[in-house]
Design a protein. Structure first.
Length: 388
């Protein structure tokens, strides 16, 4: 069979090689784009919109139905007063009587009011004992108004408590406990009665607050927003704020504008920082940490002192009055590591290379903390050190 010789001409081979090179370059560009996309974050994940926020609610209430694990009324006068007031509202007069019950407990009720929550929606509440109650298991929270910072009632809570812990004790005094039995939750235990007044649709402008303030990140967010809406409506006013003027075509459609903005991808920029927790030995270093040329040596010197006292007794012909005495014997050993290891770190060393260099010295987290602080003192660490 005769082959087609045109497939093996130098021109054909050159064309095929060119296609292979172009394919490889395209693959590298795809990988580079994928790596850049991995470093990008949505605006909704690194910033908050002004006014779109939660509000904290708090209230004081009573939990009843406890199995003898509630407050002792003698030690908790606020529980006694609350019980008397509650019974009076129900038409029962108990003033002047010696009340003895351990089935009731005074509690603080907390909840979070979501942004733009409407009337009738249910939210979760958390209950925490206020007096000397030992266990809230089996209790029921009575109607409790939940107030905001403006002292207005925004929700009302009531329901059966769900306790995550337990406690038990015996007659001999031994006890066992797990979790915190004096804290409980009621899923969907509160009903919203009042809405937080905030008209988002009619805002002429709004602010975007960065969770980690940074000039570069704020500028990148403003640039991405302007590119998306096609006009210079966003401007970075400070490291933590981007001011956005609502365009005319989005008037009364601010929710649509925010939906488009929060999905934009931005690469956040953070300063070089090393966070150190000396108590636990945890070290966290950002990717922008760099160091100048520096040499590190790590050696150990151990001084060991051993006391071995000896007893000296008088001989058979010792003079009268000789006594047994204890003679001290002290041994001092100095152990200095003969193998000294030194590592030289080149200028502009990255985080990965820095960690590899420190690990090559065989040092632990505690020693690494001291080394990083020494490098910072020498002026070779181009990063901020934050000690927790």
């Amino acid at each position: 069979m005769k082959r087609n010789s045109t497939l093996f001409t130098p021109k054909a081979r050159q064309t095929k090689l060119r296609r292979l090179v172009l394919g490889a370059l395209a693959a590298l560009l795809v990988l580079a784009a994928a790596g850049a996309a991995d470093a990008m974050s949505r605006i909704k994940d690194i910033a908050d919109f002004e006014g779109v926020r939660e509000n904290q609610l708090v209230g004081y209430g009573l939990v009843v139905g406890l199995n003898g694990t509630g407050d002792s009324l003698n030690n908790s006068p606020f529980t006694r007063q609350s019980l008397i007031g509650m019974l009076e509202r129900l038409g029962v007069n108990t003033r002047g009587l010696n009340l003895k019950t351990a089935n009731i407990a005074a509690v603080m009720v907390t909840a979070t009011l979501p942004s733009f929550a409407r009337q009738g929606r249910r939210i979760d509440v958390t209950i925490s004992a206020l007096g000397d109650a030992t266990n809230l298991l089996g209790g029921t929270l009575l109607v409790t108004p939940l107030m905001g910072a403006d002292s207005e009632v925004y929700a009302v809570a009531q329901g059966q408590l769900a306790v995550g812990g337990f406690a038990a004790s015996g007659a001999s005094g031994s006890s066992v406990s797990q979790g915190v039995p004096t804290s409980a939750r009621i899923p969907n235990g509160a009903i919203i009665e009042r809405e937080s007044e905030f008209d988002l649709a009619s805002l002429p402008n709004l602010n975007i607050a960065l969770r980690n303030p940074d000039f570069t990140t704020a500028t990148r967010i403003a640039r991405a927003i302007n590119a998306r809406i096609g006009e210079p409506a966003a401007e970075a006013t400070d490291p933590g704020t981007v001011h956005l003027q609502v365009p005319d075509r989005y008037q009364n459609k601010v929710a649509k504008l925010l939906t488009e903005i929060e999905q934009l991808l931005v690469e956040p920029d953070q300063p070089a920082r090393v966070v150190i927790d000396e108590r636990s030995g945890i070290i966290v270093m950002g990717e922008n940490v760099r160091i100048s040329t520096v040499a590190i040596a790590q050696g150990k010197l151990t001084v060991r002192i051993t006391e071995t006292p000896q007893v000296s007794q008088p001989g058979p012909f010792a003079p009268q009055g000789a006594a047994t005495v204890v003679v001290p014997r002290t041994e001092i050993e100095i152990d200095e590591a003969t193998e000294r290891r030194m590592a030289v770190l080149s200028p502009g060393v990255s985080l990965h290379e820095l960690v590899e260099g420190l690990n090559a010295l065989g040092v632990g987290p505690r020693d690494i903390i001291m080394i990083l602080q020494a490098i910072k003192s020498a002026g070779a660490l181009q990063a901020e050190i934050k000690v927790l």
